[in-house]
Structure formats: C-alpha cells, structure tokens
Design a binder for this molecule. Structure first.
Ligand code: PNS
Length: 179
C-alpha cells in the first residue's frame, strides 16, 4: 500500500456515531480485521445529531464489545474526520453499506473526504444479509417502544437501552456497564 509504514501494518479507521453499536457494526469490524492489521473505531462526538448515549457511554459500550480484541482500538473524535485520520497512521476509511439507499450519502461523504485529503480512500463493505435491516436509529425506536432488539445488538447494549428508556432490566444486570 502506498506510503504504508510496514512496521505499523495496515490500519483502517471505522468512523461512525455508534449510537448505539449494533451487530451490523460488529460484523463490519470483524470482517475489516480480515483485511487490516488494526481497526480504529472512531466515535464521532457530533452533539448536533442529539445522540441518545453520551460519547463516554458509547465509548464504554464499544470498548466492552472488543475488550478481548487488542487489534481493535476504540477512540472518539470531534470535528472533521480527515483531521482525526491525519493523527493516525490509517490510510483507509472503512464504511458499511446496507442498501442502495445508503449509497448517495456515503458517496458524498467519501468524495468530500477524498477532496479534503487526496491520500485517503474509503473502502465499502456490504453488510451481511443478517443485519441488512439493522440501524442504530431503528434499534432505538424499537427499543423505546418496548420491542425486542435481542440478537441485533450485544446484550450489554440491550441492557443500556432498557435503562435509557426506563424499561425493566433484570436486577442482577443493573450493576456495571461492562457486562
Ligand atoms: O454512523 P454515522 O452517523 O453514519 O457516521 C457519520 C460520520 C460520523 C462518519 C460522519 O458524520 C463524519 O465523518 N463526521 C465528522 C465530520 C466530518 O468530517 N464531516 C465531513 C464528511 S462529509
């Protein structure tokens, strides 16, 4: 890869809001690790999107999901993604594509990032068929209305959603963020 530091290996940045992380995200990260030596999950702080979970809460959930995977680094960033990427040794932005409806937004974002930094490429991966319909937005809506999201997000996220929406959480699960 052009300009790659051989000692550091191939690094990709996987940016997003992760409000909250879903199995769709986890699928892309795991498949990213088949291609890259390291994946940096970069959580955008963008408060204007009025996230359900604070950046600290999102960081804790994502870190918890990858606590046994040392080649997944979890971080947060403010401002332009290209500026954050510039502080790392990543040359590739990794994004998942669920459907053609995602394409236009992703195409504009990738083109803008490429225009801001011509060294940067965006690599798109098709989401696995099992998670094609899963988005953080629909997960939040279903959870808020009391629907089941088990199997679509990790159990720790199910519990955090129930806490946020003040739905019953099994007592022994009420302590701790990480399991
Ligand atoms: O999970 P999302 O909300 O689709 O992720 C979007 C994200 C965070 C990757 C995008 O909004 C972003 O990169 N924000 C940082 C600000 C930025 O760099 N904007 C210019 C790219 S168009």
């Amino acid at each position: 890869m052009k300009g790659e530091d051989k000692d550091m290996g191939k690094v990709a940045i996987y940016p997003g809001s992760f409000d909250p992380i879903t199995y769709g995200h986890i699928d892309i990260i795991e498949r990213g690790l088949e291609i890259f030596d390291k994946v940096i999950v970069a959580i955008a702080e963008n408060e204007e999107k009025r996230p359900l979970f604070s950046v600290e809460e999102r960081l804790r959930m994502v870190k918890s999901c990858f606590k046994d995977t040392p080649n997944v680094i979890v971080d947060s960033f403010k401002g332009l993604l290209v500026n954050y990427v510039g502080k790392t040794n990543a040359k590739v932005i990794l994004r998942g594509l669920r459907a053609t409806s995602d394409f236009e937004y992703e195409f504009h974002m990738a083109s803008m990032n490429r225009s801001l930094n011509t060294q940067l490429d965006t690599l798109f991966m098709m989401t696995s068929k099992d998670y094609f319909f899963v988005s953080s937005r629909t997960i939040k809506e279903v959870a808020r209305l009391g629907g089941a999201v088990e199997g679509l997000v990790p159990d720790l996220v199910v519990r955090r959603l129930k806490e946020k929406f003040k739905l019953p959480v099994p007592k022994k699960r009420r302590i701790g963020w990480d399991d």
